[in-house]
Design a protein around this ligand. Structure first.
Ligand code: MG
Ligand code: MG
Length: 273
């Protein structure tokens, strides 16, 4: 471990298995929420569904009470990028909602996010969602044992830039995850490859591009949480928690462990049991 690896938590296989259990709770909860999104539902109702889903699976919502955050999900609509607080807002046909969710099992964390169209959205917004999700997968696929963390960053930025004129948030980034939700290292969604800590077995990362139809600049609202784009452009956010085992890549918050998408991208699947 070199200096740049300072503070990176290396998990045992048993600890990664516990993170997989947390990740499945998050993945299952997000699928329940995806199915619940419709015009007329409020973000507070989605939050109640999420808390029930997490607790009914024997897990604890990690967002609730985190730095006094008042809910189990972040619900960010249209020009809100991340950290939106669930409340009275009712979703309307054509909206875009990003839902971020975290759960704890036996002290180990999972963290993932999806963007979902409310009814039918514009082709431009559909494309934004597709590019953001695909960029996340390109980032996941770029993580290899012996590589460096910013190999992921570079893959995300490259994919986004090859696919249109989008803003990539720089003030918010992916992160290490394990016995806490946010740990070193940062995983930016841009930058040169070959930098940051070495990717080793037992490292777990949350990879989460936040992409806009306009600027990369963002503003925090007076609620001290909600991050909106500075120019009012809409934004998408996808996130998975992943690790690399001796046999390949394992996406801990994906229901299938990432096996299908990794296969399409030519990356060995490293999931267990
Ligand atoms: Mg998250
Ligand atoms: Mg995260």
């Amino acid at each position: 471990m070199g200096l740049r690896d300072r503070g990176v938590e290396i998990k045992t296989p048993e600890q990664i298995d516990a993170m997989r259990r947390a990740g499945l709770v998050v993945g299952q909860t997000l699928e329940t929420l995806r199915a619940a999104v419709r015009p007329g539902i409020s973000t507070a109702e989605l939050d109640a569904i999420a808390e029930d889903s997490i607790r009914s699976r024997g897990a604890t919502p990690s967002f609730l009470g985190y730095q006094d955050f008042p809910a189990s999900i972040c619900a960010s609509v249209n020009d809100e990028v991340v950290h939106g607080i669930p409340g009275d807002r009712v979703l309307a046909e054509g909206d875009l909602i990003s839902i971020d969710c975290g759960a704890i099992v036996e002290g180990w964390h999972g963290d993932a996010a999806i963007s979902v169209a409310v009814g039918t959205v514009s082709p431009e917004v559909t494309r934004l969602m597709e590019v953001t999700e695909a960029a996340m997968w390109r980032g996941i696929a770029a993580a290899r044992l012996g590589g460096r963390v910013t190999d992921i960053s570079h893959a995300i930025e490259g994919y986004v830039k090859r696919n249109g004129r989008y803003g990539i948030l720089e003030d918010y980034v992916g992160h290490g995850i394990g016995s806490a939700m946010h740990q070193p290292p940062n995983v930016p969604n841009f930058g040169r490859p070959g930098k940051g800590p070495k990717i080793v077995e037992g490292l777990a990362l949350a990879i989460e591009p936040m992409i806009t139809l306009g600027t990369k600049e963002s503003i925090v609202l007076d609620d001290e949480w909600t991050v909106i784009t500075a120019d009012g452009s809409w934004a998408a956010h996808f996130e998975h928690t992943m690790t690399v085992t001796s046999t390949g890549t394992w996406v801990l918050t994906a229901l299938d462990g990432g096996e299908e998408m990794l296969g399409r991208l030519g990356v060995p699947f490293g999931g267990r049991g």
